[in-house]
Design a protein around this ligand. Structure first.
Ligand code: MG
Length: 279
């Protein structure tokens, strides 16, 4: 874990950290619409109120303040709501209990819990999660970056250090960012193996950047939190307005960061806009 930071080389005085999924790469819509949600319908056979449940899933994972939450938390939230609406989920208590109490929301931790409890609900959750991974792997590899990202990264990399800070797995990140030949624009490509986003920003700051010279760019409330915990500035890529957001990042926000006018008023305006974009 430490190695990646030991080898890091600071090149400029300013650092822009960029999230990947839903921020630079247009991968969230397709993953939720083609993988997470349909696999949930299949695994729990929720065909009877399918449209309602699908839309609830999209809202929770894409369009509201919970955008970008962990898959198991998303599942638990969805099930809590639909069970109140009369949709029965077998062994729901085991699922909710695990999600609320585990210290690691992962397939491996789920398997350990299944060994202990032999719970049907958890077995289905595990099956769903594996099927989601499989269907994500099978997605066609198209042109995933948002419009404006290519030019944006190129322009930024001439003035500032650009580091990807993501909670996706490192291999997938290398594959995606490598396939589009974007790695040349970066000083680091950090995935979940490097630690949480908050941790990664903290480690990068130690490389000699002034706190006022660091900006986190993200699309979800978790990105904002990671920035705030490190006292660095935050710039939102707004859902549905990604091209506009990237253009403004390059033409307005980063210039402001560099000339010292990215002040509290500007920051508050951006955060308000971000909060308003998520229901
Ligand atoms: Mg994201």
């Amino acid at each position: 874990m430490s190695n990646v930071f030991e080898q890091y080389e600071k090149k400029n005085e300013f650092l822009v950290c960029v999230d990947s999924d839903g921020c630079a790469m247009d991968t969230m819509e397709i993953k939720h619409r083609r993988c997470f949600a349909p696999e949930m319908i299949k695994t729990w056979n929720l065909t009877e109120r399918e449209d309602y449940i699908l839309n609830l899933w999209y809202d929770l994972n894409l369009y509201t303040k919970t955008r970008g939450i962990n898959r198991f938390k998303g599942l638990a939230e969805t099930f809590k709501i639909i069970s109140k609406e009369g949709v029965e989920i077998e062994d729901l208590d085991s699922i909710l209990n695990w999600v609320e109490t585990t210290n690691e929301l992962s397939n491996n931790s789920l398997l350990r819990e299944i060994e202990k409890t032999d719970s049907k609900g958890l077995k289905m959750t595990h099956e769903w999660s594996l099927n989601v991974n499989k269907s994500i792997e099978e997605l066609p590899k198209g042109d995933e970056p948002f419009e404006g990202v290519s030019e944006g990264l190129e322009a930024l990399s001439k003035k500032v250090d650009v580091a990807v800070v993501s909670s996706a797995n490192g291999e997938a990140l290398n594959d995606e960012w490598g396939r589009h030949d974007y790695i040349k624009f970066l000083t680091a490509l950090l995935g979940q193996e490097a630690g949480t986003k908050q941790h990664c920003i903290a480690e990068l700051k130690k490389k000699g950047y002034d706190t006022d010279n660091v900006l986190m760019v993200g699309d979800a409330p978790g990105d904002l939190q990671a920035a705030q915990k490190n006292d660095v500035r935050y710039y939102p890529i707004l859902v549905g307005k990604e091209k506009f957001s990237w253009d403004r990042l390059v033409n307005e926000a980063v210039p402001k960061l560099m000339n010292g006018t990215f002040d509290e008023e500007y920051q508050n305006k951006l955060i308000k806009e971000f909060n308003d974009s998520l229901k």
